[in-house]
Design a protein around this ligand. Structure first.
Ligand code: MEV
Length: 363
């Protein structure tokens, strides 16, 4: 049996603007994981996941016109797992490696006991873990950067707007500064030239991942509103159809870049007090984006979560797309966290216990 696991993520700053190629965000990986167990099988492939209910998703291979492998799924929609299997099977075929069937068992601590997602990047984590499992199964010997690129190529065939920040956090771990590639060019490369060529497409050029130091002067606290959000819908509503130069979206992107640059400086200097100011600015920026786009990024629950945190001398903001999910709090070491936690509890805001997850190994 092959077992792989990928961590969840949180956005610290730069969400939304990061969907524009080259625009930066800061993210962390957290010590909550999605686990994939792979066992070889004979006749068909199966995917077992709580999301699919009792019956597994069953898939088989078929010849396709473009690239020689297509995955045929019996009754489920095309999703992140099927997309990752399809992409990795195409790569296997391009490398002339023999095909085998396999079963995947997926387990996650990125959602609660009734299956409600926390908003910790479970789609990215499942993609990263499936790519890693198939890399091992077919003994492809991929580098971490190649696995990241494959997981992102797989993600954007399901969610074309996705920046891939969560895929990067889940692949590289720790604190990172991330900027996205040009996914339109990547999708074209993939469709026209196949997986191997798409791995070195010119579309990657605006993209970067830089590791950042852990700030010792700050504590991280995460609150969960209990209402799951739909990232695709939110991003689709915020980005103007005419593109990034539409005002006031353009000034949002500029201010977001300033905020991320300032935060990166604070993290490199371990300047906790200034980092808190920057997080406050990032919250106001998202509030303003919500007002100008008419999209509820900061819901009533998120507002309460963040307001209570700010009243206790910390900085807080929605993490990721907002619209529900989690809020992050960065607190100075001496902040009265116990009273903040009690005030959250009294308002049904749950603390999600987690800390930053580093991953071993080279890129
Ligand atoms: C969602 O977690 C974060 C967004 O920036 C979208 C993305 O980066 O793909 C809103």
């Amino acid at each position: 049996m092959i077992v792989t696991r990928a961590p969840g993520k949180l956005f610290i700053a730069g969400e939304y603007a990061v969907v524009e190629p080259g625009e930066p965000a800061v993210l962390i990986a957290v010590d909550r994981f999605l686990t994939v167990r792979l066992t070889p099988s004979d006749d068909v492939g199966r995917v077992h996941s709580r999301e699919y209910g009792q019956a597994p998703v069953v898939w088989t291979r078929a010849e396709g016109p473009e690239h020689s492998v297509n995955i045929v799924v019996e009754h489920e929609p095309y999703d992140y797992v099927v997309s990752a299997i399809t992409l990795m099977e195409r790569l296997r075929d391009e490398r002339s490696l023999p095909a085998h069937y396999f079963d995947l068992h997926i387990e996650s601590d990125l959602d609660d006991s009734s299956g409600r997602k926390f908003g910790l990047g479970s789609s990215a984590a499942v993609t990263v873990a499936v790519v890693a499992a198939l890399d091992e199964f077919y003994e492809m010997g991929l580098s971490r950067t190649e696995r990241f690129r494959l997981a992102l190529l797989s993600t954007i065939t399901v969610a074309p707007n996705a920046s891939g920040g969560d895929v990067a956090a889940s692949t590289f771990g720790g604190w990172i500064r991330y900027s996205a590639p040009d996914r339109v060019t990547l999708r074209e490369s993939l469709e026209r030239h196949g997986v191997t060529k798409a791995l070195t497409s010119p579309g990657w050029s605006p993209h970067r991942v830089d590791r950042l130091p852990d700030p010792s002067s700050l504590e991280l606290l995460v609150g969960w509103t209990g209402s799951p959000a739909s990232t695709e819908r939110l991003v689709g509503g915020v980005r103007p159809p005419s593109g990034r130069t539409a005002s006031p979206y353009e000034s949002f992107v500029d201010e977001s870049r300033d905020c991320v640059d300032a935060l990166v400086e604070c993290l490199r200097a371990d300047d906790g007090p200034r980092a808190l100011e920057v997080i406050g600015r990032a919250r106001r920026l998202l509030q303003h984006l919500g007002e100008t786009s008419g999209i509820r990024i900061e819901t009533d629950e998120l507002r309460l979560l963040c307001d209570l945190a700010e009243q206790h001398g910390t900085a807080a903001k929605p993490s990721g797309a907002g619209g529900g999910d989690c809020g992050i709090v960065l607190a100075p070491a001496d902040a009265p966290l116990q009273t903040l936690l009690s005030s959250w509890e009294a308002r049904d805001i749950r603390r999600l216990d987690m800390s930053v997850q580093h991953l071993q190994g080279a890129t």
